[in-house]
Ligand binder design. Sequence first.
Ligand SMILES: [Mg+2]
Length: 178
Amino acid sequence: MNNLDEVSKEIKKFNEDRDWDQFHAPENLAKSIAIEAGELLECFQWNNNFDKQAVYEELADVVNYCILMADKLGVDLADITKEKMKKNAIKYPVEKAKGTSKKYNELDNKEDDKINKARELVTKVRKLAEEYNANFYFVTDGASAINNKENEAVEVARNAVAKWEREHGIDDKEDWRK
Ligand SMILES: [Mg+2]
């Protein structure tokens, strides 16, 4: 028996002891999942200095209702999650989805790929700029290229980086440009 089975039994007994199953229609459980997800989100409402214990408890509340809903529907939560992961793997093949937060229906957009690559480059350049405490005019060039969605956005950023490297005598500052 895995941990999920154990906790499912405990949750089920907890509710049976209190005769709460009568309230657990699928739609009520779906609402409860959304409500607890809202409470989880509330932990981060104003800033990121969240109370870890509160987050753990709200996360547990979400899982609690997910387990109850799977039980009510007569399905195994681990099984349906595994099945969904198989579908996700088809929707999001590693070679297309790695390193991007794009939705599956946007993964083939080469233009966006270029823009994202340029954006990554500019982020890396900015980090380097902080490291060297310097003023980097080309960061603006790269950002402007991104904003204009120019085809050459990547080249603009690369050229700017190369120029900066030449000017600062840095030839091979690790692999951060790749
Ligand atoms: Mg709660």
